[in-house]
Design a protein around this ligand. Structure first.
Ligand code: HEM
Length: 926
């Protein structure tokens, strides 16, 4: 690490050349000339007040607000609602229509009787589902309940649960290679099944009945027989392993303008042949197993894609037959024809250089035949199942958290091997498919008892895969594919078990799943006196709800626990937790000071002070530790900003009180984490003082004691003045409002403080991450700042921030309790219903954002796309209850990102950032 020189304007202070962040983001100190040369670090400059306060560009939200207030609200033409119908007829491409036609043709039975050559993936007679009509919700008579997806009724947990033993759909699959060790099928998270028939790949949507020949419009591949097929976890890419040893990655969503266009890349490893096992990690790393017994981890995003290999003396000696990652991605299991299974630690996937042949954590060698498949249990943490092929026929269960002890051995198939395992979370069951053509269900809650045996085929079953919902698909040696609806759940329950920690962390995925399964309006029963909530996924419905808001919109508090705590302590619940006239009284007192863009300019100098402090702090951290943990720094930054705005002083968070700041931020984080669990779990805390509630009270007590001290310190120093309240800072402004007493002022400050603390910091992280991951965008931002340092606009940086809100929305919903009867998506929703507007979680949806929705494309916001309905994108909510800190948040983000980009080159190292639900969608990890 070199000290590169003095910083003009910082009195000879020296700065370090580069700032490497512990938690991924790396910043390299730079001067005012934007550069991508990371070694070039001349005199770094801390510049002065170059960012003047500006009114942010009119975005969709303002546009919508305007429309609302100018009575144009109901005018569909003005709002260009063509995007509001996810499957509106206009949006159906000619290709899709043609394919559907074809499918209808097929499902009507015509092709079933056709020549053999035509009988590619066609339905068996009388077993075709009805053709898809419009959207997946064909019957609009009732709102759907999601109980069946999440948790079965208590009744179904009885051993006598009914299982449909006949296939619901059967397809011919001529060409399905008779190879027990190839993986021919994979069911993606978006409900498309990929089917490899010899040299061909077909995509089949089991809901809409569309079937596509994937290579029909792609150049044929010369790699030979397909030996494995696997969707990436997010369903964006398909990877195919070939007999030649090559692995190809395709993007099925890419438009077909030229040949090869869907093929993204081919990954080859010298000397490797036959890749029959592929497992994806969440972001970009693909683990592949080859005939030689070698396992190679490829980072598909970089040109030198091999990041590690697991083989040699520590590895397998014969073909890799199975590869699976555990859901937390801390472990990977491999099965092999050498009769062993090995468990590899996730940390061995990557490092600074290529990791070669580490020792596996455990080796399982108790199978008497080849290990044909292996799966981690989806509902019991640490349980792994390995299944043997011919001459074995067992499934063995291991507890990998307890030194890989054997938990149970099940003799599944007397006459052959076991070809597939699927775990069923709602019923805590394991399903096996075996060479005798049987599907067998074992119940974990009944001592692994065999509860059902279904003769699914007369031939060995080669493949078994589960759908994202309640179905499974098998492929057998009769060249037939069959769908069984084995896991449908009794809908009579009202109890929704969302207490499982994985379900909570993935609450946003749960919402997405509901949308994909049920469509744009879903009723979810919550049980335990919580009645139900209506989830909306349609911007037009969002518009209807928000238009009916009136003067005092009612909400379900984001944190019921905080509301209860404050009530218990005799405190006012605060802005985000109040409804009715009391909310209106407090909110109207701050409206002027908080919401008008002009008023917020008063705080600009303070925002700039904080951003300069941030730049100095980042540079100092680098000098002290040799790296910068940006998650920590972002928290300190948001606390410092809150101090300047709300308490009118520096809190020293970016200076000598950073440890104190870290403690307070950690406390706030814990409150949000626990609050998320209590929100989605059974609300017993409403009735009893549960352990969770006691913990919450302890956390809130400690948090409140700190904040109370801060508020008292600030308010004791402020006095009532006669001067113009227009130019006062926030606390002074409040104290000068005649209708507010000190208690009111404290309530408002507390609400603003706690709500602000948990939102802007993660948004800074998401923005830096996107900027780091897109050097072109970074360069453009730096150029924009350099070209006109006094500009108040920075349109490109603003569009980057907006695009980050799209890609990493921080909230899952904007909630309301309806105060009028409304018609939403054709359903009557009575007044007093809890409604969650969930459009924020659909920000990467292909239908809503047709132009590369998964890519960071800031320019989409500069092009003023007419396509997107303004009520799709609601990061700050809308109407009278819109985020009270919006203007602060926007200004702080803009000012500080501009300062960071002007002073550093930003890089990200380590794992890509993903989101976890903790009341808000926060960056995973610390
Ligand atoms: C990027 C940062 C932020 C985002 C994305 C955000 C988002 C939101 C959203 C979606 C709401 C609900 C709006 C509605 O129901 O229509 C809200 C409410 C609120 N936000 Fe923010 N917020 C952010 C930053 C802040 C900051 C910095 C503060 C304080 C300085 C703040 C204070 C509040 C308060 C007090 C409410 C409750 C308003 C009421 O119920 O009257 N927020 N925020």
């Amino acid at each position: 690490m070199n000290t590169k020189g003095k910083t003009p304007g910082s009195a000879g202070r020296t700065v370090r050349a580069s700032v490497q962040q512990q938690n991924g983001l790396t910043m390299r100190k730079r001067d005012m000339t934007p550069t991508r040369n990371t070694n070039l670090v001349p005199n770094a400059t801390f510049v002065g007040d170059r960012f003047l306060g500006v009114r942010l560009d009119q975005d969709e939200l303002d546009h919508a607000n305007h429309l609302m207030t100018s009575q144009l609200y109901g005018n569909k033409e003005n709002l260009n609602s063509s995007m509001s119908e996810p499957n509106s007829p206009e949006r159906k491409s000619a290709e899709g229509e043609a394919l559907k036609q074809m499918m209808r043709h097929k499902s009507a039975g015509v092709l079933t009787d056709a020549e053999d050559g035509d009988r590619i993936l066609c339905y068996k007679k009388n077993l075709a589902p009805p053709p898809a009509i419009g959207y997946i919700n064909q019957a609009k008579v009732v709102l759907y309940s999601t109980n069946n997806v999440i948790n079965p009724a208590s009744s179904v947990k009885k051993s006598t649960r009914h299982v449909k033993e006949t296939a619901s759909k059967v397809l011919d699959g001529p060409g399905l290679t008779k190879d027990l060790y190839s993986r021919h099928l994979d069911w993606g998270c978006h409900n498309w099944v990929a089917v490899a028939l010899g040299y061909e790949l077909y995509l089949w949507n089991t809901e809409t009945c569309v079937i596509k020949n994937f290579f029909e419009d792609n150049a044929p591949t010369n790699e030979g027989l397909i030996t494995s097929v696997r969707w990436s976890q997010d369903g964006r890419y398909i990877s195919l392993g070939y007999g030649s040893g090559a692995v190809k990655i395709y993007d099925p969503n890419r438009p077909k303008t030229t040949e090869y266009v869907r093929e993204l890349r081919t990954l080859r490893v010298g000397g490797a042949s036959r890749c029959a096992s592929i497992a994806w990690r969440k972001q970009g790393v693909m683990t592949c197993g080859y005939k030689s017994g070698d396992i190679v981890n490829h980072d598909v995003r970089i040109s030198q894609h091999v990041v590690s290999s697991w083989g040699g003396e520590n590895g397998h000696s014969r073909d890799i037959t199975a590869l699976e990652w555990s859901s937390d991605e801390n472990m990977c299991v491999s099965g092999s024809s050498d009769r062993t299974a090995k468990i590899w630690e996730g940390r061995f996937v990557r490092g600074d250089g290529v990791i070669q042949d580490p020792e596996p954590q455990f080796t399982i060698d108790e199978h008497t035949g080849q290990v044909r498949t292996a799966q981690f249990c989806s509902f019991r943490d640490g349980i792994l199942a390995t299944a043997g092929g011919i001459n074995d026929g067992t499934v063995k269960l291991w507890d990998v958290k307890r030194q890989c002890q054997k938990v149970r051995e099940l003799n599944v198939c007397e006459t052959g091997g076991v070809g597939g395992i699927v775990f069923n979370r709602p019923y805590s069951e394991m399903l096996t498919a075996s060479d005798d053509g049987f599907l067998r269900i074992y119940r974990f809650n009944a001592n692994y008892k065999l509860s059902h045996e279904i003769q699914a085929s007369n031939e060995p079953i080669m493949d078994l895969v589960g759908s994202p919902y309640d179905e499974v698909l098998i492929g057998d040696m009769e060249e037939t594919l069959k769908v069984f609806q084995l896991f449908s759940v009794d809908k009579s329950t009202n109890i929704l078990d969302r207490t499982d920690s994985k379900t909570i962390e993935g609450y946003n995925h749960h919402l997405e799943e509901m949308y994909h399964k049920y469509g744009k309006i879903v009723k979810e029963n919550l049980g335990f006196g919580r009645k139900h909530v209506i989830h909306l996924f349609d911007p037009a419905d969002a518009q209807t709800v928000l238009a009916a808001d009136g003067k005092t919109p009612f909400i379900v508090p984001l944190q019921e626990t905080t509301q209860k705590y404050r009530e218990m302590k005799g405190m006012n619940p605060g802005l985000g937790n109040l409804n009715g006239p009391e909310w209106y009284r407090l909110r109207s007192s701050i409206q002027h000071a908080m919401m008008r863009p002009q008023s917020v300019q008063t705080y600009l100098p303070f925002s700039q002070i904080v951003s300069e402090e941030l730049v100095k702090h980042v540079a100092k951290e680098q000098v002290r530790f040799g790296h910068v943990n940006m998650q920590k720094v972002a928290g300190r930054w948001s606390l410092e900003s809150a101090g300047q705005i709300l308490f009118e002083k520096s809190l020293g968070s970016l200076g000598d009180r950073s440890e104190w700041a870290d403690g307070l931020i950690e406390l706030n984080k814990k409150i949000f984490q626990l609050s998320a669990k209590m929100r989605l779990g059974f609300p017993l805390f409403r009735l009893f003082s549960t352990p969770s509630w006691k913990k919450m009270v302890e956390l809130e007590d400690r948090f409140y004691a700190e904040v109370d001290r801060l508020m008292d310190d600030a308010l004791d120093k402020l006095t009532v003045k006669d001067s113009d309240s227009q130019n006062m800072r926030f606390a002074s402004y409040l104290i000068n409002q005649k209708e507010l007493n000190r208690r009111d002022v404290k309530v408002i400050l507390l609400s603003m403080f706690s709500d602000g603390l948990s939102t802007t910091a993660p948004m800074l992280i998401y923005n830096l991450y996107n900027i780091a991951a897109h050097p072109d965008a970074q360069h453009k931002i730096q150029k924009e700042i350099k070209e006109d340092p006094t500009s108040t606009k920075l349109p490109f940086l603003r569009s980057c921030i907006k695009e980050t809100f799209r890609m990493f929305p921080i909230g899952t919903e904007v909630s309301r309790i309806t105060q009028k009867d409304l018609i939403l998506s054709g359903f009557h929703v009575p007044s007093g219903t809890a409604v969650d507007i969930n459009t924020n979680i659909l920000m990467r949806n292909e239908v809503l954002f047709s132009d590369s929705p998964h890519e960071f494309k800031p320019q989409r916001w500069l092009e003023k796309s007419k396509d997107v309905h303004p009520f799709t994108f609601l990061p700050f909510g809308f109407g009278p209850r819109m985020c009270a800190g919006r203007r602060f948040a926007e200004q702080d983000l803009l000012t500080s990102l501009a300062k960071l980009c002007a002073n550093f080159d930003i890089h990200h190292r380590g794992e890509p950032i993903t989101q976890i639900y903790e009341t808000l969608l926060l960056p995973r990890g610390n």
